[in-house]
Design a protein around this ligand. Structure first.
Ligand code: FES
Ligand code: FES
Length: 158
């Protein structure tokens, strides 16, 4: 049996290595090989945002990025979301009781952190634009928007 190639990658600040085909979607590497189950599978075609993680701080759809590409940046999943912006977002999510079923929420949170890292005081329009790729079948959009405003305010006070 031919051995699968080895890839080195940095996930949540830690160096690690996996053996997989280079075209394996990053999502499956995170979940199946690294046991990081916070990142969810929704559509598999970059349409729903459930699988959102960061590569070098930018939100990406991990279902649609092959491992061979993902290794070129630092990957952050919901499990590794740290720092003042992540804390403010997670606090605001909790205070607003944003999740219903919760399935989409790790992707929502990762997109919100990325937005606030780029735009500290986003308008409703900025939020709707930045979050438009994250679908919520439970319809938590209004609470998501309110929580992002709350997180921005919280960060402004820091
Ligand atoms: S599972 Fe990746 S965008 Fe839907
Ligand atoms: S909270 Fe259920 S899909 Fe968003």
């Amino acid at each position: 049996m031919t051995e699968l190639p080895a890839f080195k990658l940095i996930v949540n600040g830690e160096r690690t290595a996996v053996r997989a085909d280079g075209d394996t979607p990053l999502l499956w590497v995170l979940r199946d090989l690294l046991g990081l189950y916070g990142t969810k599978f929704g559509c598999g075609i970059a349409q729903c945002g459930a699988c959102t993680v960061h590569i070098n701080g930018q939100p990406v759809r991990s279902c649609s990025i092959p491992l061979s590409e993902a290794i070129h940046g630092e990957i952050t999943t919901i499990e590794g979301a740290r720092g003042p912006t992540a804390k403010a977002v997670i606090n605001a999510w909790t205070a607003r009781n944003v999740p219903q079923c919760g399935y989409c929420q790790s992707g929502q949170v990762m997109s919100a952190i990325a937005l606030l890292s780029e735009v500290p005081v986003p308008s409703d329009e900025d939020i709707d634009t930045a979050m438009s790729g994250n679908i919520c079948r439970c319809g938590t959009y209004l609470r998501i928007r309110a929580a992002i405003h709350d997180a921005a305010a919280q960060l402004g006070k820091a």
